[in-house]
Design a protein around this ligand. Structure first.
Ligand code: BEZ
Length: 219
């Protein structure tokens, strides 16, 4: 199959670099080296589900920052539209959006990231999320449709799981919550697999609860 121009980056690849105009001035992905980044797109300013998501992201911003993670929003609307919408969110909901929101009228960033899904809309970004590590490598991505808002709590869980998995070389089980049991990675060598593990299955060995401590913020 011929590669599509709009598939976006794959896991463990470098996230596409960009420099873009935002509500807080020009920002470049490279400015964020040394930090985690959650880059997320929304379909359109002044729409109900997007408004609920922006309020949820802003309310959780201190938690993301405590994890050494910056939030960057994006849509194909202009910076003037973004500013008017953010002003309205502050006026109506008393929530001041303090993370930058990219204007992507040229669709340069959304195309590079595969945020435009033609069957959903040829002109609006779907609800994409890209979690980028401090070295600029894409570690997780999700795409949600226009009709269903994302769970910011699940994104925080995912970010915490990624950080813990990397820090402790463990795997994160289904429904894990911070502080819960994690798993040893399954061995790839037969001799490692057949060693006794206190009655646990070689492919499902639990590790003591993690401390729930976060990565140290170095900035
Ligand atoms: C919304 O955020 O409510 C929305 C945005 C685009 C299409 C449909 C709904």
């Amino acid at each position: 199959m011929a590669p599509s121009a709009n598939v976006g980056p794959k896991l463990d690849e470098p996230a596409p670099l960009f420099t873009a105009r935002t509500t807080l001035g020009t920002c470049a992905l490279e400015d964020y080296r040394g930090q985690w980044v959650v880059l997320f797109s929304h379909p359109a300013d002044f729409t109900p589900v997007c408004t609920s998501e922006f309020i949820a992201f802003q309310n959780a911003l201190p938690e993301f920052e405590a994890l050494n993670c910056a939030l960057i929003g994006l849509s194909v609307d202009s910076v003037y539209s973004h500013i008017a919408w953010l002003e309205s969110i502050e006026a109506k909901f008393d929530v001041k959006i303090t993370f930058p929101v990219i204007e992507d009228v040229s669709m340069a960033v959304s195309t590079a990231y595969g945020m435009i899904h033609e069957r959903s809309s040829s002109t609006a970004t779907v609800r994409s999320v890209f979690i980028i590590d401090p070295n600029g490598i894409l570690k997780a991505l999700t795409h949600y449709p226009l009709t269903v808002g994302r769970s910011v709590n699940e994104l925080l869980r995912l970010l915490k799981g990624l950080q813990l998995s990397e820090r402790e070389s463990v795997a994160i089980p289904a429904e894990w919550q911070p502080g819960g049991e994690v798993l040893y990675n399954a061995p790839c060598l037969f001799n490692d697999a057949i060693k006794a593990h206190d009655g646990q299955a070689w492919y499902f060995r639990k590790v003591a609860n993690d401390t729930g401590e976060q990565d140290e913020v170095t900035s």
